[in-house]
Write a protein that binds this ligand. Structure first.
Ligand code: F6R
Ligand code: MN
Length: 188
């Protein structure tokens, strides 16, 4: 591979030259991961909004490479739960990841297979280091799109199934206008 340069917009995270098409995820792709599937169904029936999109600017999946890109989580709620990403472990569990917040604000919800839980809030100009072994999910509790740059080892892989089956131990919901972390009643 040769060195190369690629653009992406700092505010939207979008690759303006169109070299990379974002992956979009809508409510219908995550219905059962929300605490309130009836609220999710209502959102699906009224247009199935895009919850988030991400552009992987490079990932050739080889050992020694770095995958990188940007992710945008839109503002909104399903019931009282904020828009969020699916979340995943890396298939090579020890693979770490760095996120850098470009605009908006939000949380990263993280947990290990052993049951440690950590919630970090990030703002523009802050970097977040997600160590290996920690599943990670981005949550937008703000009113603007929450945009982050991410970088991780190219051979990490993505294990979505564990989170899809078990859920996260904790959720972030709005109570009296403020975000609070609660136990996930559906966690298995
Ligand atoms: C890559 C990574 C991010 C997410 C993106 C979308 O390892 O953590 O690029 O892929 O924020 O979230 P998911 O992949 O959970 O749908
Ligand atoms: Mn990741």
């Amino acid at each position: 591979m040769k060195p190369y340069t690629i653009d992406f917009d700092l505010l939207t995270g979008i690759c303006k030259s169109g070299k990379v098409q974002p992956v979009q995820r809508r409510v219908s792709q995550m219905k059962m991961q929300f605490a309130d599937p009836e609220a999710a169904q209502k959102a699906i029936d009224s247009g199935d909004p895009v919850l988030y999109e991400f552009s992987t600017l490079l990932n050739d999946e080889k050992k020694g490479t770095l995958a990188f890109g940007s992710t945008i989580i839109y503002p909104g709620k399903i019931g009282d739960e904020y828009y969020m990403t699916k979340g995943h472990f890396h298939t090579i569990l020890d693979s770490a990841e760095v996120y850098y917040c470009l605009s908006g604000k939000g949380f990263m919800m993280m947990e290990t297979p052993e049951g440690d839980v950590d919630l970090q809030e990030v703002h523009p100009g802050e970097a977040l280091y997600v160590p290996g072994r920690w599943a990670h999910r981005s949550i937008n509790h703000g009113t603007e799109p929450f945009v982050m740059l991410f970088v991780y080892p190219g051979d990490s892989g993505h294990d979505y199934g564990t989170i899809e089956t078990k859920g996260y131990r904790k959720l972030v919901v709005e109570r009296d206008g403020k975000p609070v972390m609660i136990d996930n009643p559906k966690w298995k």
